[in-house]
Design a protein around this ligand. Structure first.
Ligand SMILES: Cc1cc2nc3c(=O)[nH]c(=O)nc-3n(C[C@H](O)[C@H](O)[C@H](O)COP(=O)(O)OP(=O)(O)OC[C@H]3O[C@@H](n4cnc5c(N)ncnc54)[C@H](O)[C@@H]3O)c2cc1C
Length: 488
């Protein structure tokens, strides 16, 4: 008789788990808290970018929806070896060795993307945000090359269609409220008073980023001020249910992915907008200019590394500034390089023909100090090194206490623009501990029979930061593992 598997949530991790369980002949049902429009959780809000290791660009061609794209002839994808992926993760580990979860993420990243592709999930190169044109060639600079066709919504639609065509079922507006736990075994779920029995329950209900109380108690009071970038439904339900029956906490509970966001955006990225538009509230081209806080001072190295390796940390740094905001300042030399999010119809910014006019329009800052900061920055820029956004160009400031290490150009070409930003929380890093089958472990490190977890709920994957595009890959890798594990 086929196994009956219940999955809680309908994002990328849940659907990957569902497809894997269905492949093994199980009868799979997804219960999703949101309605049909809002189902798909944070996954639908994403750009669909997925990081994975590859030895050469040739390995990417089979994954593409359009392998005959004319631009491919003039594209250099470079390579992104497992070694490089591991080093990128290690750079955020604050001295910790690679965790078991990180080893799995890296070693299974390519095969999992190929597996998704075998289920007709197709990808496209991220020309607009991950490459720059140099000598007529599209050069990919950050190890992150592909996104799902039609971004996060496309990923959700393609995965859902694979899930349904294999026979999976999905029920919307069905929030799972508890686990049916008896004789130390998880035997199903509760939806309110209704008990639904199963042979395995896979929690894929996301992190606790949309829960004010949990954010405050685990990450800190500042985080009540953070904008919530994604779905309002990831309120830590699955995490609480698992901890209540004795699961062990795992990973960095005060760690989270947080990004500079438009100061005036609404929470949940503007629920009235299409998911594709919602991500336009992000503002991550700080590396092309400078950021100043309310005191008119720079507070971080805007050009420390490629933005894939800084954007998930810099949201926290902005949030920690006085008043929890900052201004990003650019001159017209870089306007064409700014991502489309800076031209979004609801992007907030001020413009001036002169620096003085610009500063006069920037609310909430010390205007005298801001002018001083810009003058000192301009005077400190290395004028002998060429600006090149495709590499870490080493064009830095020369004598500032807070250096800008790369892409430091003078802010001197009129007109000038400044964008007000704050910190937006994307997802949380603390979660549950799983074993190689995706089983949730208890406080004695023993599997809780019948309970599995994947996606944002898995702890130990990210610590003090995050190389962009790793969240979706992690969801697919651990989703597939949990999906297979639950059918064993
Ligand atoms: C704006 C934004 C952009 C991002 N861009 C990228 C990117 O380009 N690349 C990348 O790798 N990562 C990106 N991320 C991170 C990425 O979204 C997550 O890592 C990933 O989607 C998490 O997948 P998941 O399946 O674990 O959770 P989710 O996709 O959030 O799914 C969780 C689901 O569980 C449901 N749920 C919650 N509680 C219950 C309950 N009690 N009962 C039933 N259902 C429940 C929720 O409604 C939701 O549908 C981005 C995140 C955001 C917010």
């Amino acid at each position: 008789m086929s196994k009956k598997i219940i999955i809680v949530g309908s994002g990328n991790a849940a659907l990957s788990a569902g497809i894997a369980s269905l492949e093994k002949g199980a009868e799979v049902t997804i219960y999703e808290k949101a309605n049909k429009k809002m189902a798909g959780g944070n996954t639908k809000y994403t750009a669909g970018a997925m990081r994975f290791s590859y030895e050469s660009g040739d390995q990417l061609i089979d994954l593409l929806n359009n392998p005959n794209d004319e631009r491919l002839k003039d594209t250099d994808f470079g390579s992104y070896t497992q070694e490089k992926f591991k080093n990128d993760l290690l750079n955020f580990n604050d001295g910790r060795p690679l965790s078991w979860e990180q080893e799995i993420l890296v070693s299974k990243s390519l095969e999992t993307i190929q597996w998704l592709s075998s289920h007709d999930v197709k990808f496209e190169p991220i020309y607009s945000r991950q490459s720059f044109i140099k000598e007529g060639k599209h050069i990919f600079w950050g190890g992150l090359t592909l996104a799902s066709e039609n971004e996060g919504v496309g990923l959700f639609n393609q995965e859902l269609s694979a899930f349904l065509s294999l026979g999976g079922k999905i029920f919307y507006e069905n929030a799972v409220t508890d686990l049916f736990f008896e004789d130390n075994v998880v035997k199903g779920i509760y939806i309110g008073d209704d008990k639904i029995e199963s042979d395995g329950v896979i929690l894929a209900s996301g992190g606790f980023e949309a829960n004010d109380d949990l954010r405050k108690s685990f990450i800190g009071a500042n985080w009540l001020k953070a904008k919530v970038r994604g779905t309002p439904y990831n309120t830590g339900d699955g995490l609480k249910m698992a901890l209540d029956i004795g699961a062990i906490k795992h990973g960095l509970y005060d760690g989270c992915h947080a990004t500079p966001m438009d100061l005036h955006m609404k929470n949940y990225g503007g629920l009235d907008l299409e998911p594709k538009e919602r991500k336009n509230y992000r503002k991550i081209c700080y590396f092309l200019g400078i950021m100043v806080n309310a005191k008119g001072l720079r507070f971080l190295d805007e050009g420390k590394n490629f933005r894939n390796y800084t954007y998930a940390q810099y949201g926290r740094q902005v949030l920690e500034q006085p008043g929890h905001f900052a201004w990003q300042i650019f001159d017209s030399k870089v306007f064409d390089l700014l991502y489309e999010e800076y031209r979004f119809h609801d992007a907030h910014f001020v413009e001036g023909e002169t620096i003085d006019e610009l500063i006069s329009k920037m609310d909430g800052i010390d205007k005298i100090e801001t002018k001083k900061t810009i003058v000192e920055y301009n005077n400190s820029v290395d004028l002998n090194t060429a600006f090149d956004p495709t590499i870490l160009d080493g064009k830095s400031t020369l004598d500032l206490s807070i250096k800008k290490s790369n892409w430091a150009q003078r802010i001197d070409k009129s007109p000038f623009r400044a964008f007000p930003v704050t910190g937006g929380i994307t997802f949380t890093y603390g979660g549950l501990k799983i074993n190689k089958n995706g089983s949730v472990l208890d406080i004695h490190n023993k599997p809780i029979v019948g309970l599995y977890a994947c996606g944002e709920l898995v702890g130990g994957v990210f610590f003090n930061g995050y190389p962009g595009g790793s969240g979706l890959t992690s969801g697919a890798v651990f989703g597939r593992i949990a999906g297979y594990g639950a059918t064993k």
